[in-house]
Design a protein around this ligand. Structure first.
Ligand code: MF3
Ligand code: CO
Length: 265
């Protein structure tokens, strides 16, 4: 395990990358409407990242910290768009988004060699289009992200983040995705430590948070059981019982004064 602390100059670059990510998510929020295709959303995201001087970080990603755009299994889009029972890593394509759909959009950008990673879940057509169940899921997952960020204080441990996230999910009676979680971030999108969304005894949980440590915190909750599976496309992760899922993510840096969110406009 290698935990790096970023310098002020490096954090400034990550702030730029994070701002681009946040701008994309704001743009998606404005544009998402019944009938838009997920490929259109993806094009919008790529166009914005490039016009802001960034590079999409998901394009060409192979998993396991490897990139090879020409590899047949490489990820071929700028965003992951996961709808309803899809949790993460949904691949944009020709399908249209329907009113009331629970739409999770995950986006990563590299600016001057440094990464930003963020995700938000929207209801297509706005909150009035959402079922009470969907609204509760989305609001609780967002709240869990903020609780995880609030726990990212210098002197705390990585495990405190997962404990804070889990407490919010449990309290609301939601399922917590266990197979996927947050991560360190910097020159690579995925660095040590791994930031799981629940309390568990793994080595990374004991890592002490210090100023300069940058993390992507990303709770994923579902309304049903915690079992998940991956579709035949090799990427899309879904709830096994087809219950709804939501996903929120921010990139943060731990400072002496507490966490600073880097993925904001
Ligand atoms: N952004 C995801 C994460 O938060 C990773 C996306 S995987 C990719 O860790 F293949 F789509 F790039
Ligand atoms: Co991430």
């Amino acid at each position: 395990m290698e935990i790096t602390r970023k310098s002020a100059a490096e954090i400034a670059k990550m702030r730029s990358a994070g701002r681009i990510v946040a701008e994309v998510l704001a743009l998606v929020e404005e544009t998402l409407a019944p009938g838009i295709s997920t490929a259109e959303i993806d094009r919008l995201a790529e166009r914005h990242i490039r016009s802001a001087g960034g590079v999409p970080s998901f394009l060409g990603y192979l998993g396991g910290r490897r990139y090879d755009a020409s590899h047949p299994h490489a990820y071929k889009a700028t965003t992951c768009i996961s709808i309803d029972h899809e949790i993460v890593h949904g691949i944009p394509g020709s399908r249209d988004v329907k009113r009331g759909a629970v739409v999770s959009v995950d986006v990563g950008a590299i600016y001057d060699g440094w990464n930003g990673d963020g995700a938000r879940t929207f209801i297509c057509g706005g909150r009035e289009a959402g079922t009470p169940e969907a609204l509760k899921l989305v609001d609780t997952t967002r709240l869990a992200l903020m609780a995880g960020i609030a726990a990212s204080q210098p002197g705390n441990r990585v495990g405190d983040i997962g404990a804070a996230v889990e407490a919010i999910g449990r309290e609301a009676g939601l399922g917590i995705v266990r197979g996927y979680g947050g991560h360190g971030i910097g020159q690579l999108m995925h660095e040590d430590p791994s930031v799981l969304n629940f309390e568990t005894d793994y080595p990374d949980a004991r890592v002490r948070l210090e100023p300069g440590i940058c993390l992507a915190i990303e709770p994923m909750f579902m309304t049903g059981g915690e079992k998940t599976r991956t579709l035949k496309d090799g990427w899309t992760v879904v709830t096994a019982d087809r219950s709804l899922a939501a996903h929120f993510e921010h990139t943060i840096v731990v400072t002496a004064d507490g966490p600073e969110i880097l993925t904001r406009v």
